[in-house]
Design a protein around this ligand. Structure first.
Ligand code: ZN
Ligand code: MN
Length: 142
């Protein structure tokens, strides 16, 4: 909770529940995931409340928004710069805390003031690899 105390957000029980769910969550949940988990405890919680809370946190830089899943926006409770490993089958997103010092050559920077970078590694996670290697159901003879 400490990490959010400085945000100056009004902490309603609903917002607190969203914050609690995000704390130490490394799954990079979507707004739908957060809603599903939190509405189990707060049945009166609306999706709009969840979404607005996530949006308020994003604007304050307390959570990062990831656009690496084409199907849905994902949220990262860790706003510190880090890289990601993404399973292209199940869309699992794993943190990589290795700092790659990427230097862009001056001509590529084109007078941009570079404020950050993010590396996405794509692949198939161990669980999906296991499912993949299971023998296919035998084909019916016609
Ligand atoms: Zn996977
Ligand atoms: Mn992350």
């Amino acid at each position: 909770m400490n990490q959010y105390q400085s945000t100056g957000m009004k902490l309603t029980p609903q917002r607190l529940a969203v914050l609690e769910y995000l704390e130490n969550n490394f799954e990079h949940p979507s707004a739908e995931d957060v809603y599903r988990a939190v509405s189990a405890r707060f049945p009166t919680m609306s999706f709009a409340t969840v979404y607005n809370t996530l949006e308020a946190l994003r604007q304050r830089g307390e959570v990062a928004e990831l656009s690496i899943d084409p199907n849905r926006k994902r949220f990262d409770p860790n706003p510190q710069p880090h890289n990601h490993l993404i399973c292209t089958k199940c869309r699992k997103i794993i943190d990589i805390h290795i700092d790659y010092k990427i230097e862009l050559p001056r001509e590529a920077v084109r007078d941009f003031e570079i404020t950050g970078s993010h590396i996405e590694f794509y692949g198939v996670c161990p669980e999906c690899k296991k499912t993949d290697s299971e023998p296919l159901a035998p084909q019916k003879n016609q």
